[in-house]
Design a protein around this ligand. Structure first.
Ligand SMILES: Nc1ncnc2c1ncn2[C@@H]1O[C@H](COP(=O)(O)OP(=O)(O)OP(=O)(O)O)[C@@H](O)[C@H]1O
Ligand SMILES: CC(C)(CO)[C@@H](O)C(=O)[O-]
Ligand code: BAL
Length: 282
């Protein structure tokens, strides 16, 4: 497995392999790999001749009071995990390589970002769109892989690909969970022992909400109140949001019909966790 830190070298490598007709799968990550990232790599391995995984903690998608400086990092561990999944190249640029200066042309995502993480992390998706578009220009993938845990991110990237005509297919992969239901996340490492015991309640409350809906509940406020009650009663987390919208449009719903997302974000002492389920109710 190669590690490439330079954009020029990465582009030359890609060009060389494209000339030979090889297909390229890109798995963008911020590192500190877990089974969720590895599921993306596995899917990319099945679909493509070459798999490139990027590891870059993108400063432009973090707000000034967020956890950029404490975001978990361990390149040696990531290296062996990626190698175990037969990734061909880790693209591992320094911040100064990606942003030699503050970009002169910024992106402004103004659809699908007025709710959920777009509302609670202002500017977050502008930073994501910018770095993902750079990664697309650098790795020139035929396919790029994203996890459904970040469902709003996929909804935004789908729009960006359509608006900017990126010649790439976006592949979404199911959320990988621990046995107790907790969604794998790099930030789980920042949970205290008691928070780790409480955190599975996030998914359990979503799963119970799914059952209520399958039994006929159609009122989104009642579902939100149910989840809020579970999380408030069973965890010390501070609820950032619990919301329901049509998916992928992220528009308000009154009746729970069609395809919709129930999404939540909860702040524990040193980690803000997100999770969601997407339901189709005919
Ligand atoms: N549990 C998971 N299952 C499937 N994909 C995941 C999971 N967690 C993250 N991903 C996906 O991996 C890619 C890289 O995510 P990232 O590096 O931010 O990891 P992360 O664990 O989501 O980090 P954090 O939760 O701390 O933000 C994204 O497309 C993300 O949706
Ligand atoms: C897509 C991404 C790697 C862009 O920095 C990030 O938002 C993430 O890890 O989901
Ligand atoms: N997976 C989302 C990256 C972030 O929290 O900034």
């Amino acid at each position: 497995m190669k590690v490439i830190k330079s954009i020029k070298e990465m582009q030359a490598f890609v060009l060389h392999h494209k000339k030979q007709g090889k297909s390229i799968g890109l798995v963008p990550t911020m590192g500190y790999l877990h089974e969720g990232h590895l599921a993306l790599a596995e899917q990319a391995r099945k679909d493509n001749d070459l798999v490139i995984m990027s590891i870059f903690v993108n400063p432009l998608q973090f707000g000034p009071k967020e956890d950029l400086s404490t975001y978990p990092r361990d390149f040696n561990r990531d290296h062996s995990l990626a190698e175990g999944k037969n990734v061909d190249v880790i693209f591992y640029p320094a911040a100064g390589e990606m942003y030699p200066q503050h970009p002169s042309i910024l992106m402004n995502v103004n659809d699908r970002t007025d709710v959920l993480c777009g509302e609670s992390r202002p500017g977050h998706f502008d930073g994501v769109a910018l770095v993902v578009s750079k990664l697309f220009n650098i790795a020139q993938p035929d396919r790029a892989y994203f996890g459904r845990k970040d469902a709003q991110q996929i909804a935004v990237i789908d729009l960006m690909v359509a608006d900017y005509n990126f010649p790439v297919e976006i592949i979404s992969v199911d959320t990988i969970r621990e046995e107790n239901g907790l969604a794998m996340s790099s930030r789980n490492v920042h949970l205290t022992a008691s928070e780790r015991e409480q955190a599975p309640v996030l998914y359990q409350s979503l799963a119970n909400a799914r059952t209520l809906i399958s039994e006929g509940e159609k009122d989104s406020e009642r579902i939100i109140a149910f989840i809020r009650g579970e999380i408030a009663e069973k965890t010390d987390g501070e609820i950032d949001y619990i919301e329901i919208y049509s998916y992928p449009e992220l528009k308000t719903l009154v009746e729970l019909e069609g395809r919709f997302i129930i999404a939540l974000a909860v702040k524990f002492s040193k980690a803000r966790l997100i999770d969601n389920i997407i339901i189709t109710n005919e």
